[in-house]
Design a protein around this ligand. Sequence first.
Ligand code: ZN
Length: 139
Amino acid sequence: MKSLREELWFSTNTRRAYINISGKVQEVIDKSGIKEGLCLVNAMHITASVYINDDEPGLIKDYDDWLEKLAPHEPLSLYRHNNTGEDNGDAHHKRQIMGREVVVAITKGKLDFGPWEQIFYGEFDGRRRKRVLVKVIGE
Ligand code: ZN
């Protein structure tokens, strides 16, 4: 069995961002040479997510509005976590809702997606360098 581990780094200009990383993940698979296997993609930070859904601007804005309704950034006093001196109590909740990781089958060297599926990096406390782990296994 072959395997490859890579990190993808991000630094968003905004506190929250939603980035389609499908192309970058496919590049890792291409580099691995693996044709049949599995690909794990996970956020390495507890205030960011990796999830799969549609790359449709309306939906992404809807997610952002929905997450902000469920776990608004302000008032900061809403979260006990912010008593630590941090201001990202909301981001921990947003990450919990949107998830940590995805696993996608690799078939004939390609991500084996269902219709409209794309892999996204969801950033909820950006403006600093953060990373995503990609682990490919197979043969
Ligand atoms: Zn925190």
